[in-house]
Ligand binder design. Structure first.
Ligand SMILES: [Fe+2]
Ligand SMILES: [Fe+2]
Length: 338
């Protein structure tokens, strides 16, 4: 439902070329990597890559994987309380999809030489971050609808450009993930529409949820371009293609007409269409709130981390059983081959 990202190839290739320096002044491996960046070709797991590129990808992909699995929690809370069997089946499928996204992404990060155990340990110790949005609570069913519509909608905006990321395993994982996120966004909008067209109490529930989620979702695109420490380098490497502020603007432009269609009110009195540019304006963002949630002081940070750690501990017997089964199977295959 959203347009593909703007074609920035010519511009970004030139920027990347100027950033990587003069050919000849670097090692042959670096020169080959630089040429790949300039031509916007894919880097694969076995290819040589600069350590900083590898580290940046491990950080980004593992944070993305953590966000998927922590993101299962706010909605998972509602599986037993979904208002109908149909809603329950949809929600179950969606939450399961998010678990699958985590799996693809952990696997993509592992191709860079990092282990699953190290990534999980970094999440549990608080060293690794995940998306700030999942530290907000879901007090009503309308919050579940709002998450699908807005959070998955924002995720699509962010992730479609990642389908063209220069690291092949990440780019390929994102293609499938984006298809599923699109289903998530649609089911959320449909659930929101049902509430908005329901009784006055249901419509109010929908508006209240929109009021709760709007600003956290607007912040989800990350700090403003002028304060974003990682953006320039990741753009030069073709990992990030579109800036935080531009993605945020695209999301607002796509979502405000949807809010109008629902008959709801944008919870930002400064959000107005500028007929000259065709863009909606955005009021002042409370960055102090954003940084405090990132630092671990959001409404649900501690609860989310504790739940993840408990789930990991409770799942130890499943991991042990799977490993024992794999060892047994391997021994059987070896015996047959002998
Ligand atoms: Fe996802
Ligand atoms: Fe999703």
């Amino acid at each position: 439902m959203y347009t593909q990202s703007m074609d920035l190839d010519a511009k970004s290739a030139a920027a990347r070329l100027s950033a990587v320096g003069t050919p000849g002044a670097v090692s042959p491996q670096q020169a080959e990597f630089d040429a790949k960046m300039a031509a916007d070709r894919k880097v694969e797991a076995r290819d040589w890559m600069p350590e900083a590129y590898r580290k940046t990808l491990v950080r980004q992909i593992s944070q993305h994987a953590h966000s998927e699995i922590v993101g299962m929690l706010p909605e998972g809370n509602w599986i037993t309380r979904a208002p109908s069997l149909r809603r329950k089946a949809i929600l179950l499928a969606k939450v399961q999809d998010e678990g699958g996204h985590g799996l693809y992404l952990y696997a993509a990060a592992e191709t860079l030489g990092t282990s699953r155990d190290d990534m999980i340990e970094a999440l549990h110790s608080g060293k690794a971050k995940y998306s700030s949005i999942f530290n907000y609570p879901t007090p009503t069913w309308a919050d579940v609808a709002a998450i699908g519509w807005l959070v998955d909608g924002a995720a699509i905006m962010n992730q479609i450009p990642l389908c063209r990321c220069t690291y092949g395993p990440y780019a390929r994982a994102m293609i499938r993930i984006c298809k599923e996120e699109s289903f998530h966004q649609r089911q959320g909008f449909e659930a929101m529409l049902t509430l908005a067209q329901g009784t006055p109490a249901q419509k109010k529930m929908a508006q209240d949820a929109l009021n709760r989620w709007w600003w956290p979702v607007v912040m989800m695109f990350g700090p403003s371009d002028k304060d974003s420490i990682h953006s320039t380098q990741t753009m030069q490497w073709g990992i990030k293609r579109i800036s935080n502020d531009e993605l945020r603007q695209r999301f607002i432009d796509a979502t405000v007409p949807q809010i109008e269609l629902l008959g709801l009110t944008v919870p930002d009195p400064d959000c107005k269409l500028d007929p000259a540019t065709g863009h909606y304006s955005c009021g002042e963002i409370d960055w102090a709130e954003f940084w405090s949630v990132i630092a671990g002081d959001g409404p649900c940070n501690r609860e989310r981390l504790e739940t993840r750690k408990r789930a990991y501990a409770n799942g130890a017997w499943v991991r042990e059983a799977a490993m024992a089964h794999a060892r047994k199977q391997q021994a059987r295959e070896q015996a047959q081959a002998a």
